[in-house]
Design a protein around this ligand. Sequence first.
Ligand SMILES: *[C@@H]1O[C@H](CO)[C@@H](O)[C@H](O)[C@H]1NC(C)=O
Ligand SMILES: *[C@@H]1O[C@H](CO)[C@@H](O)[C@H](O)[C@H]1NC(C)=O
Ligand SMILES: *[C@@H]1O[C@H](CO)[C@@H](O)[C@H](O)[C@H]1NC(C)=O
Ligand SMILES: *[C@@H]1O[C@H](CO)[C@@H](O)[C@H](O)[C@H]1NC(C)=O
Ligand SMILES: *[C@@H]1O[C@H](CO)[C@@H](O)[C@H](O)[C@H]1NC(C)=O
Length: 663
Amino acid sequence: MGSSRGPCSVLLCILVGFCAFYPSSATDFTAQLFVNATKDSTTTIPDTLFGIFFEEINHAGAGGLWAELVDNRGFEAGGQATPSDIAPWFILGDETLLVLSTDRSSCFEHNKVALRMEVFCDSKGPIICPAEGVGVYNPGFWGMNIEQGMNYKLILYLRSYNPINVSASLTDSTGSQTLATVKIIASSVSNWTRMEFLFAAEATNPNSRLQLTTTQSGVIWFDQVSLMPVDTYKGRGFRNDLFKMLADIKPAFLRFPGGCFIEGNRLPNAVRWKDTIGPWEERPGHYGDVWDYWTDDGLGHLEFLQLAEDLGALPIWVFNNAISLHGEVNTSIILPFIHEILDGLEFAKGDASSTWGSVRASLGHPEPFDLRYVAIGNEECQMKSYRGNYLRFYDAIKHFYPDIQIISNCDGSSQKLDHPADMYDYHIYTDANTMFSKYHAFDYSARDGPKAFVSEYAVTKKEDAGTGSLLAALAEAGFLLGLERNSDIVEMASYAPLFVNTHDRRWNPDAIVFNSAQVYGTPSYWMQQFFVESNGASLLNSTLQASSTTSVLASAIIWKNTDDAEYYLRLKFVNFGSGTVSLKITINGVKINTKSSTVTTLTSNNVLDENSFDKPAKVAPVKAPLTADVDADGKGMVVTLSQHSLTSIDVLTYPDSLYAGTS
Ligand SMILES: *[C@@H]1O[C@H](CO)[C@@H](O)[C@H](O)[C@H]1NC(C)=O
Ligand SMILES: *[C@@H]1O[C@H](CO)[C@@H](O)[C@H](O)[C@H]1NC(C)=O
Ligand SMILES: *[C@@H]1O[C@H](CO)[C@@H](O)[C@H](O)[C@H]1NC(C)=O
Ligand SMILES: *[C@@H]1O[C@H](CO)[C@@H](O)[C@H](O)[C@H]1NC(C)=O
Ligand SMILES: *[C@@H]1O[C@H](CO)[C@@H](O)[C@H](O)[C@H]1NC(C)=O
């Protein structure tokens, strides 16, 4: 994402045939689609075409995919100078009974700030503590989701000169209902001591908090207080429901961890991979000053590589190349930045005996990761130092890792790049009509240069997209059909942003919306499911004939279903107009069998309809058996496309008729 520079490029919309005409009149139309499935007229879509882009924006990771429930677990978010803001930790009891402050007494070198809790009341003597105790609570990221019967692991570090008697509890948001509680009782903790407890929740509340309370006077220091659900994806720390949303769109690649997140407004706030690996307690965390929130960096470099591996996706590491949104390091003094990145590549790819590969192995992943792509910076083509810095990174990486594909920030779709690159980055945020017309964006791009990586696309105009409308999804589907058609030069594409926590909407719209306990996909998320089978499929030559006022786009692929090992013909249609279209389809070169054929439709009554927590599937794909009249010879059919719809028709082919030649 780019926060201050706007979309990277504006291309000419070349209006041939079926550019956008929204809204159009409610007349019905007829159209014809000719599909040529003979062998010579098919091409193969890259295996990598559709994937995902994860940026730490909108609390996508911290308070999102990363399942840590405590926000500001190390008390570092308020900065290193003390006194510091400890929010969202808050006081339980009043200041006559206890004082909460921070000092720099932690046992962790890189995050020295710790919480000091001094309690004046006691169970006896002049000031009696309230029965429920006094202390501190943390509501997590707008409430912790605690579920009955599930287990939660509490790890914390503490120290006190006196014996301690502390209750750790999970409660509702007011502290009146207790969902689980454990006793922390110890007599000699004068040195920092790590403690671990398991909570078994006895009730469910999506808006819970963690409390640490006592009825005993004295001073206790706390640091690195973590609460994780035991049940995360493969125990890796990824929130199950959010991981599933990603797995369901079978992403071919994972671009990470940003976006502007990797740049920072100011360079000291850019993410540095070495600060994000190793024991979580020892990670310093950092303030993401572009999207304006602190992250403890539990989701670090290793976790991203692991996430890609778990998703069966190829990792694409976007790194900082000594340029931030508001500052650049002169090319003559960037060598340390280059070393940092070479170390990061060795961490990912080096064998377990190499310096950084051995660090990876010691963290539990002896096998190298399949890292084949890196992007040098994000949206920085116009920056003064970009080319200079880029070339130094490029040369160094190609020297040590000649096989790594390097992605440039400069757009090569309309003119040749003035520097070497394996791919170029292309970002587009626009209105719905323009997006639909971008079906043609790559029609006239050079065929001999580096390939395109459309790493960020979305309809963002507020009136069109809202917080995720059907209209936006249809326009994007039109754009993606164009990418399929131009997939000889478009290698990869991903929607942006991927996630939004509804409590921190920095950017609208987004593909996946969640809070502590719920999740739904926007129409743009569901739209991507129509393209899941495209990676590695055969693209057929298809020709649509319609009047120029029809806003229909189509594509045809043949894909192999790994479940039944059958080949299916998938026809996709976007009807961007407000009239129904009767479409006659003629297929040459393959015979179709309508047995077990389906039609899947994404549409709604109103083109601006959106999903919500209450109605998560208001605009979602509906799958039904195909009822169209298929010609007796299995070579054609007539279907009706409803207004404002994305449709996919999956028909079984007779395998022996596949690519049988013209007949
Ligand atoms: C289908 O494509 C093949 C190969 O390009 C071509 O020879 C044939 O004429 C095409 N058929 C139709 C009906 O367009
Ligand atoms: C697709 O078909 C059209 C019309 O028959 C033809 O002009 C075009 O060359 C074909 N493209 C390919 C890649 O076969
Ligand atoms: C700890 O405190 C509770 C009251 O909160 C008290 O009932 C209990 O006896 C104390 N335990 C010890 C070992 O001091
Ligand atoms: C506390 O740590 C110091 C320094 O490591 C050590 O000498 C001392 O024995 C420790 N005290 C206790 C009570 O463990
Ligand atoms: C980098 O520093 C050198 C030496 O001061 C200067 O000549 C050059 O213009 C600087 N480059 C940029 C892009 O500012």
